[in-house]
Design a protein around this ligand. Structure first.
Ligand SMILES: Cc1cc2nc3c(=O)[nH]c(=O)nc-3n(C[C@H](O)[C@H](O)[C@H](O)COP(=O)(O)O)c2cc1C
Length: 247
C-alpha cells in the first residue's frame, strides 16, 4: 500500500518525473571532479535496484570503479575499438565521427560497470522460458532508473558501449557466465545539454513520434496524435539537425 494521499502524484511531483525524463542526457564531457558522496551513490544504485525484472530475477550487479589505473586501462580498450569503428565510415561522415566525443572514462570520477547474471534465480525464472533475453532487458530497466535518478541528483551518466566486453571482463575479473551490459561514466556536471550530443553535432536527430505509433495493425500511421506534439518537452520539439525517417 502507498500511503501518500490516494497514491496519486501531485502536479509538481508529476512535473518532476517528466523533467527528469526529458532532461536526462548522455554525458561524456565536462564532468566536475567533485566526489560523489556514498549516500548519494547509494540512493542512485538503490533506484536502479528497484527496477522491474523478469520473474523478479534482479539479475544486475554494479561494479563501482574509482581507481585511475583501471580507468586508464578501460580507456585503452575504448581507443582500440573506436579506431575500428571510425574506419567503418567514409568521407564527411568519417570526419564527423572523429569529432564526436564518445566517452568520458578518465574525466568522470566514478565508473559503474553494470552486469547481468543469467543464472540468478535458478534454472526456471518466471516469464523467461521463451524470451531468454529478458534478463538483459531487466538490467537495462535498472540502468534507466539509475540514469534518471542520477539526473535528479545533478549527476551526469555516459554509457560507453564502444568497448570489447570480453577484454573488459578480464580486466575487471568478472566471471565467465556474467554478461557486461553497460560501462557508465558517472559524475557531477555543471549543466546538462538541452539536446543529445549526436543531435547537436548533426549526426542524427530525434524521430517524429507520430511516425512511430501504429494503430491496430503495423503500418497504420494515418491517425496522428496531435497531443504528442503538445506533451513533448519544449526542448525536444526542436527541428532535428538532420531530417531522419524511421527505418
Ligand atoms: C545501449 C546504449 C549504448 C550507448 N553507447 C554509447 C557510446 O558508446 N558512446 C556514446 O557516446 N554514447 C553512447 N550512448 C548514448 C547515446 O548516444 C545517447 O543516448 C543518444 O545519442 C541520445 O542522447 P541522450 O541520451 O542525451 O538523450 C549509448 C546509449 C545506449 C542506450
Amino acid at each position: 500500500m502507498i500511503h501518500n494521499g490516494h497514491g496519486h502524484f501531485s502536479q509538481s511531483e508529476r512535473a518532476a518525473v517528466y523533467r527528469a525524463i526529458f532532461e536526462r542526457r548522455d554525458v561524456r564531457r565536462e564532468f566536475l571532479p567533485t566526489p560523489i558522496p556514498d549516500a548519494v551513490l547509494a540512493r542512485v544504485l538503490t533506484a536502479a535496484h528497484h527496477a522491474g525484472s523478469v520473474g523478479f530475477m534482479q539479475p544486475w550487479d554494479f561494479l563501482v570503479i574509482r581507481a585511475s589505473a583501471t580507468k586508464q586501462a578501460v580507456k585503452d580498450l575504448f581507443r582500440r575499438v573506436n579506431k575500428e569503428a571510425a574506419a567503418k565510415y567514409r568521407g564527411e561522415r568519417a570526419a564527423l565521427y572523429r569529432r564526436l566525443k564518445l566517452e568520458g572514462i578518465e574525466e568522470a570520477p566514478v565508473s559503474i560497470c553494470v552486469t547481468c547474471s543469467p543464472l540468478r534465480g535458478g534454472p526456471h525464472v518466471l516469464g523467461r522460458s521463451m524470451v531468454r533475453e529478458t534478463d538483459v532487458y531487466s538490467t537495462c530497466c535498472a540502468i534507466q532508473n539509475l540514469w534518471l535518478a542520477a539526473r535528479a541528483e545533478g549527476i551526469g551518466v555516459g554509457w560507453v558501449s564502444i568497448l570489447d566486453y570480453g577484454a573488459l571482463k578480464r580486466l575487471l575479473s568478472i566471471p565467465r557466465p556474467i554478461k557486461v551490459v553497460a560501462y557508465l561514466c558517472v559524475g557531477y556536471v555543471k549543466e546538462f545539454a538541452d539536446r543529445p550530443d549526436l543531435e547537436r553535432m548533426g549526426w542524427r536527430g530525434r524521430l517524429p513520434i507520430d511516425q512511430l505509433i501504429h494503430h491496430e495493425r503495423w503500418g497504420n500511421r494515418r491517425e496522428l496524435y496531435k497531443e504528442t506534439r503538445q506533451c513533448a518537452s519544449p526542448r525536444s520539439t526542436r527541428r532535428p539537425a538532420t531530417p531522419v525517417r524511421p527505418d
